[in-house]
Design a protein around this ligand. Structure first.
Ligand code: G6P
Length: 602
């Protein structure tokens, strides 16, 4: 979740970079850095912590005359937030900034180390600059060396590189991470989203995956696998608020679409070929843990509930989940060998924080799973695992839920491995499914169009039941919560097998049932439950990889090789359904009535 800014031209470069990075600071703020070449000379500044530290460090520096400049604000993924790990990364004569993950960086690093290159950081990014210089020293022109470097990179990246070898050029490449080029006469800007260059550039070109090239003398030369490419600039929006939405109508919509990408960040460095690793934890911390208690509120509670199935099934550890506001006043019996986990997007939810303090007073070990570093809950916990979803602006939580659930899934496999409750084959199967999760989270146009179309049938009626079994029950709760939060329609999540114990009395054609029907968990059982509802004329929207004849509406899923892949694909569908219904009803999707993003009061 880092941010990039670049500039080539005669203006004051430090100000352009710092100004632009300020707009991106919400994406990552554990360190920042800039590199500027003017009069053929490189200048570089880095600082740990917020951008103001970098601003203080550079207050006596001013660039003058024509030059090239790149800057970066970082959210640590590979390597701790230190100055050495901050971007831009230096080779002998070149600097690079990068967003994303170079998946084959270890391989590239070994190759470069063998040829005598010394690495100073723990980052994947540093390989880019050394690889460039490695080729450049083999008598290649700078651009040829850059192209060769980009050809070797696997993974997601948006990168800018400058070098004293060609001091009037910025080299760029994009694959999987966002990057755009802004134009104002001869001045050229780069950024990872448009807010840093609004008010500066007048036109923009949004780079596509697989594109790379260089900027020099006021022009861009752009290439892809087919060679040089013509491109069309478009006017740049003047409105920063709408630009932050990256072209989406709502932050929630943007965040739904982002889930696929942020999930890779959540897994980075933690999901390896044949094991799960958390640098935040050690086996000593988990020694003697014989049970887990999880406390959370709202969406985070649903994520917790889903994970309780995984902790018990995979790690064979009893796991109880409680709503924090209930837990606080029930005079709970707490056992010292219970690991107390709190889950919170914001890290500030008052009830969750108080529950954590109670558990600490009772002498329990505490672990928080949170999206905000240095938040109250993170500071209060013995250990914390960050979900790395990036800032979530929509009040109705989407990517925070997805990443919390992923961390909990990883944690259940990690603890299962430590306890030896699952075989290496099972670990590999789980890891394989994790690696496929970003694909299951991708939203394609057909799916979104279909949900937009069918949403019009679901604007009235006397209520919704979302039903599911096993982990799909908490997902049903979450689907119903999303819908009520932003549509203001009455919706309930229910365990499918419980419908016949009461709620089925409500069934008639005005009762909408959203049935989560995964192939991998109890398909036949949930099918019978849905048939019972259909027999009472309930209107049924079935979500399943298997066609279901009795459904009034059917959304087919595709990732059905593992329950969690089914979970995540169905999650996206329920989020889009809530979104589209809310839009049709004319509601404020991002700021629904009566709700707050962070509830710091009881
Ligand atoms: C509020 C928000 C919910 C959120 C809940 C818990 O009610 O509106 O979206 O799920 O708080 O928040 P937390 O930050 O602790 O996850």
């Amino acid at each position: 979740m880092c941010g990039i800014v670049g500039y080539i031209g005669p203006k004051e470069k430090k100000e352009i970079l710092l100004d632009g990075l300020k707009e991106l600071e919400y994406r990552g703020y554990d360190s920042a850095g800039i590199a500027i070449i003017e009069k053929k000379k490189l200048n570089n500044f880095k600082a740990v912590g917020k951008l103001e530290n970098l601003a203080n460090k550079t207050k006596d520096y001013h660039s003058s005359g024509f030059g090239v400049a790149i800057g970066h604000t970082r959210w640590a993924t590979h390597g701790k937030p230190t100055e050495l790990n901050a971007h831009p990364h230096l080779g002998e004569k070149s600097f690079v900034v990068h967003n994303g993950i170079i998946e084959n960086y270890q391989e590239l690093k070994h190759k470069l180390q063998k040829s005598g290159v010394t690495f100073v950081s723990q980052t994947d990014t540093e390989t880019i600059v050394h690889l460039f210089e490695y080729y450049q020293k083999q008598n290649m022109q700078a651009f040829e060396a850059f192209k060769k470097t980009v050809d070797e990179l696997e993974g997601a990246y948006a990168t800018l590189l400058i070098s004293e070898v060609e001091p009037d050029t910025i080299f760029f490449a994009k694959n999987g991470s966002p990057m755009l080029v802004g134009f104002d006469a001869q001045d050229i800007y780069f950024a990872s989203s448009d807010t840093p260059i609004i008010g500066k550039a007048k036109e923009v070109y949004y780079l596509e995956d697989g594109e790379y090239g260089y900027a020099k003398d006021g022009v861009i030369r752009l290439y892809n696998e087919n060679g040089e490419k013509a491109f069309t600039k478009q006017p740049l929006s003047k409105d920063k608020a709408s630009a932050q939405k990256d072209g989406f109508r709502f932050f929630m919509e943007k965040e739904i679409y982002e889930q696929s990408r942020v999930m890779s960040e959540t897994m980075m460095g933690r999901v390896n070929d044949d094991s799960i690793y958390f640098e935040e934890l050690d086996s000593e911390f988990l020694k003697d843990i014989s049970a887990i208690k999880i406390c959370a509120c709202g969406t985070s509670y649903h994520s917790a509930l889903a994970s309780s199935y995984l902790f018990e099934r995979l790690a064979r550890i009893p796991c109880v989940v409680e709503i924090a506001s209930e837990f606080r006043y029930k005079e709970p019996l707490l056992d010292k060998n219970t690991l107390f986990i709190t889950i919170s997007q914001s890290g500030e939810t008052a009830d969750t924080l108080e529950a954590l303090k109670m558990a600490k007073r009772a002498g329990l070990k505490s672990l928080s799973i949170c999206n905000v570093d240095n938040s109250s809950i993170v500071r209060e916990s013995d250990k914390a695992i960050l979900t790395r979803a990036g800032i979530e602006k929509g009040v109705a939580s989407t990517k925070a839920f997805a990443t919390q659930t992923m961390v909990l899934w990883m944690l259940s496999v990690y603890m299962a491995s430590l306890k030896g409750t699952i075989s290496q084959d099972v670990v590999k199967g789980e890891i394989d499914a994790m690696i496929h999760t970003p694909k299951a989270l991708l939203v394609n146009d057909d799916l979104h169009t279909k949900i937009h179309r069918l949403s019009k049938r679901y604007l009235h009626g006397h209520g919704f039941f979302f039903i599911g079994r096993d982990i799909f029950f908490p997902l049903a709760l979450e689907g119903a919560l999303k819908l009520k939060e932003i549509s203001y329609l009455h919706a309930e999540g229910y365990p499918a097998g419980e419908m016949k114990h009461g709620p089925i009395a409500l069934a008639d054609s005005h009762l909408f049932t959203v049935a989560l029907m995964p192939r991998t968990i109890h398909y036949e059982k949930i099918k019978s439950n849905v048939e019972e509802l259909s027999a009472r004329d309930a209107t049924i929207l079935a979500i399943s990889p298997l066609p279901f004849n009795l459904a009034d509406d059917f959304v087919q899923t595709h990732y059905d090789s593992h329950p969690m892949l089914e979970f995540f694909e169905m999650m996206v569908i329920t989020q889009l359904l809530a979104l589209e219904i809310s839009v049709r009803l004319g509601n404020d999707v991002d700021m629904p009535r009566n709700l707050a993003k962070s509830v710091t009061v009881e």
